[in-house]
Design a protein around this ligand. Structure first.
Ligand code: ADP
Ligand code: MG
Length: 699
């Protein structure tokens, strides 16, 4: 490759460098102030930015602009307007005003609003988010925006995220001031999401209705080989995958997305991409774009990129790890353990705040990862369990124990790694190991939340994390606010000790996949919310309403609207799956099975009519088995049809979602058992779709 990567990087982004070059000095300064301090932006400034933005966009081939936003569908939305303005004589000019930059008015009536907006109030607004840079995609200038209703209620994922970033910053700054850090005026949350995905051949994909309609296979017998050899993890990239990843990296780099790490994952056909972390708001936007670009680039390579949490039964599904930390505007990571007493104390204050937050709002953390797709992963021996707990590792646990028992903590000295081979370079070992089974693990200078599903927006869990931690910090600030300076040290230590000891039940360093942990967690009184409906029920509990409203993240109405949207989304997802299953069974699978049964019976007749004494026992056994499956599947098909009809008549959405989970999904699972068993007996030629072996091993 002879491309100039630094030049390519961010070439489609209206980034700081370009703003600096293109904007008058005072305008640039005003804009930076808004970006860094969240101050209000005047229309004159916006006008000036709009002119520069359009000029740059047109130079780079854009003909249209769009307000790019993230409605509650979980994906992004855009409506394109061209820059052209007729000026008479059949002539046009390319125009773009500050007003168009700052505000858009898309018809909001077809986006989910969870009853927030009456249909006659179709109007919605999009508002420019200057903290996330504009970019060009498909000849269109995309302006990141927030999306709200006519009366100002949030209808998107960005608005509460920005609110939560404000909230945690405000509370963290208060606490830091009390600890003596007067120079900190802002605390920024940072996120680096690791994204897992599957790649399958596009032609094969097109033959699977379940993949097309549901994003996952609804049935399919496992290939003779799965992931048991663990030879795919970090394995050498096959040429087609490598070409895809190369192309993907370049497309992401152009958009200023710092794609950094790529590798094969555990399951066959599964891969991962991780960017360098950035400010949460930008990380969320980038992750949405990444998912979109992943799919688009796949098309170009004759591939389909599957972002579903569980595309295939029997092998790992895909998640998204949300690496999260806190940085001050003075450039310090607050989750660095620190080398001085003061810094370690500061670290412990924030650690204690996080421990309290996760313990008090474990239900919300779980809820933030809840979806119909992710229900197939959580608790299923691969992803973390549905129980939220925290892993601190040896070093931090050592410190925490010392604090709890008023002991002096000796930081273990770094040990030299012993490889037993003299030719290898010598390096120091990390003082703590990793725990891959924990849903919320401390990993050096950040926490990694591992429950999230691969297709989800990372906005959700970060809203919860930021808000819950803001809440503990606000308690801390309250408790410390009247303490005289000379007593501060003692008060801070007492607070750390008291908080950790009150919430230590949330800390678990063992194996989260074990049966014992489930029992132990129950003894500790921790939540074990096994399914999305269970998790959603907790979403709107009084304590959670109080949290969101206190910090102005969501009003009660906004919260309940989201609750409804999630319930609706869950039900609809399973409804579509059920209907897809019904259609495939009636129109494809059962006819295939019937055809094969006819062939087998013909063979039996042929043998019987040949006047020789040959046994037909094997064929008869096969025919009997096939007939058995045919009958069972037909019966389940009827049951499933009835169940989907019943579900449709239900008006209580929570009850309906439980019905989808307990009845509809249950029937589908039972049905799948017979379908998979039957499929294993049917030759490929009789099937209308590609089986797992082809899907998983053909790229
Ligand atoms: P892992 O810890 O899973 O082995 P890495 O150490 O490479 O992998 O980190 C995974 C992700 O964590 C990357 O996206 C990285 O940018 C991100 N990350 C690292 N430091 C921070 C931080 N301070 N805040 C948020 N994310 C971070
Ligand atoms: Mg990781």
């Amino acid at each position: 490759m002879n491309k100039n990567i630094p030049e390519l990087y961010g070439s489609l982004v209206f980034n700081d460098q370009i703003m600096k070059n293109k904007l008058p000095k005072d305008v640039y300064k005003a804009l930076r102030k808004t970006i860094e301090n969240g101050t209000h932006l005047e229309l004159e400034v916006a006008n000036s930015v709009a002119v520069a933005m359009k000029e740059w966009a047109v130079e780079n081939g854009a003909t249209h602009f769009t307000h790019w936003f993230q409605p509650m569908t979980g994906i992004t939305a855009e409506k394109h307007d061209s820059f052209i303005t007729p000026i008479g004589d059949g002539q046009i000019i390319m125009e773009f005003s500050g007003k168009e930059l700052v505000k858009g008015e898309p018809d909001a009536s077809s986006f989910p609003s969870g009853g927030l907006r009456a249909t006659f109030e179709a109007r919605g607004y999009t508002a420019w988010d200057p903290t996330s840079p504009a970019f060009i995609k498909e000849h269109t200038l995309c302006i990141p925006t927030a999306f709200c209703s006519y009366s100002g209620e949030a209808l998107d994922k960005k608005t509460p995220l920005l609110r939560s970033m404000e909230a945690i910053s405000k509370e963290a700054v208060k606490v830091l001031k009390l600890l003596g850090y007067d120079d900190v005026t802002r605390v920024i949350t940072t996120v680096g999401p690791e994204q897992e995905y599957f790649l399958v051949d596009k032609d094969l994909y097109k033959k699977r209705k379940d993949l097309i309609f549901c994003g996952r296979t609804l049935f399919g017998a496992m290939a003779p080989k799965g992931q048991e050899m663990e030879d795919h993890y970090f394995g050498a990239l096959r040429p087609r995958v490598s070409a895809y990843m190369q192309d993907l990296d370049e497309e992401l780099w152009k958009l200023g997305i710092p794609a950094k790490t790529k590798h094969n994952e555990v399951a066959p056909a599964q891969h991962e991409l991780a960017p360098v972390f950035s400010t949460t708001n930008i990380a969320v936007d980038h992750n949405q774009l990444t998912m979109e670009v992943m799919k688009k680039v796949a098309e170009k390579h004759g591939l389909a990129c599957l972002l579903h949490e569980k595309p295939f039964e029997g092998i790992n599904g895909s998640g998204k790890h949300n690496n999260w930390s806190l940085t001050t505007n003075t450039g310090e990571n607050l989750l660095d353990i620190g080398k001085t007493k003061a810094k370690t104390t500061r670290f412990l204050v924030f650690l204690a705040a996080i421990i309290e937050a996760i313990d008090n709002y474990a239900d919300l953390m779980r809820m933030s990862a809840a979806s119909a797709g992710n229900d197939h992963r959580l608790g299923a021996n691969e992803a973390p369990p549905a129980i939220v707990s925290m892993f601190l590792g040896d070093e931090i646990s050592g410190i925490v124990n010392a604090v709890l028992h008023d002991e002096y903590f000796n930081k273990p000295a770094s040990v030299q790694m012993e490889t037993g081979a003299h030719v290898l370079p010598h390096f120091m070992k990390d003082t703590t190991d990793r725990n891959r089974t924990s849903p919320f693990a401390f990993t050096g200078n950040k926490f990694e939340f591992r429950m999230l599903g691969s297709s989800a927006s990372v906005a959700g869990p970060n809203v919860i994390l930021n808000t819950a931690v803001a809440e503990s910090l606000s308690h801390f600030a309250e408790k410390l606010s009247d303490v005289p300076a000379e007593e501060m040290d003692n008060a801070v230590h007492a607070l750390i000790k008291e908080t950790i000891s009150a919430h230590q039940r949330i800390i678990f360093n063992g194996n989260n996949y074990s049966e014992e942990w489930v029992k132990e967690a129950e003894k500790r009184g921790l939540f074990n919310l096994r399914s999305t409906p269970e998790a959603l029920r907790e979403f709107v509990s009084d304590k959670n309403v109080a949290l969101f409203t206190k910090h102005h993240i969501l009003t009660k109405e906004e919260l309940f609207s989201r609750y409804e949207i999630h319930l609706e989304n869950y039900g609809k997802t399973i409804h579509i799956e059920a209907k897809t299953m019904l259609q495939i069974m009636s129109r494809d699978f059962l006819p295939s099975l019937m055809k094969y049964m006819s062939a087998v019976s013909e063979e039996i007749c042929r043998k019987k009519s040949a006047c020789v004494d040959i046994s037909t026992a094997c064929e008869e056994k096969l025919l009997k088995d096939l007939t058995g499956y045919y009958e069972t599947i037909t019966q389940y098909n009827a049951k499933l049809e009835e169940a989907t009809k019943t579900a449709e008549t239900m008006t209580d959405m929570l009850k309906q979602s439980f019905y989808y989970h307990d009845t509809v999904l249950f029937i589908m699972d039972k049905m799948r058992e017979s379908v998979d068993a039957a499929e294993a007996l049917i030759p490929d030629d009789y099937l209308s779709y590609p089986t797992y072996d082809k899907l998983l091993f053909s790229v």
